[in-house]
Design a binder for this molecule. Sequence first.
Ligand code: FRU
Length: 315
Amino acid sequence: MCNLVILIAAIAFSNPQQTHGAAYAVSAGQPAKTWTIGMSQCNRGEPWRVQMDADIKTAAAKHPELKVLFKDAQNDSLKQRAHVEEFVAQKVDVLIISPKEAVPLTDPVARAYDAGIPVIVLDRAVIGDKFTCFIGADNRKIGKAAGEWIVKALGGKGRVVELKGLMTSVPGQDRSAGFREGIKGSQIEIIFEADMKWLEPDARKEMESALSRFDRIDLVYAHNDPGAHGAYLAARAAGREKEIRFVGIDALPHEGVQYVREGILAATFQYPTGGAEAIDMALRILKNEEVPKHVTLGSRLFTKENADKGGEPID
Ligand code: FRU
């Protein structure tokens, strides 16, 4: 009997899993609760995503009770799906996911949510509403602001190349739709459009095709800064970079904003990573607080004129 009691006690202390998979860290004789957050990143090949992971890490480091496990799906939706399933099997306390594409990741996210794991979807949306909270800037609004800025910059008229982000991801779709709305009623003509999948080398290749087909291109609107930079490199190789303006999205200080300062890009629109906000929201969820279903982050426009002042908000 006595042995049984000891055995039960031993199991209780050696198996720290509680209802939500919370583990207990014992420090100075006082048990303090720790939580595990699984972070599924669609790829770490782009500077913006490296920054998102860094923002999450920095924000989480301020809370010793949080432990974040990072997985990098290397731009492979199937791999990312497996990562989500692994986090569910592991019973993480919160799942954060920045999905590569909407359709293939919708089901795994819904299954995690149905399994009772709070899910924060970051930056690229999934379909439906089977998640706890979505955090991201309004890509439609950013696209529209870019369109309106371009109309002004070109005096209402011009020949534009649109290099799109992955069109199976919602930001790509929204940045395109918003842009079209922004240039509506002007004499801006989209003479060439291509899906460069958010990737600089693809953007460069697509721009080479555009340059070979069109003698006059006034401006390139790329859905992200790596895309705009790839297009610039293609134009420079063709000796045409001075006759074309380049506009991008992201505005990382050491990437897009730096390109603006150097005169490579005419403008870039900030797309915040939302990493710090995701940790904020995770903490609120773990404290059983209500969280909004959608958190919409702001954006700022950066040009050579306003870069030193930290850009200006888009309304
Ligand atoms: C990085 C990235 C960013 C872009 C975001 C959209 O993978 O392509 O450049 O703003 O994803 O989801």
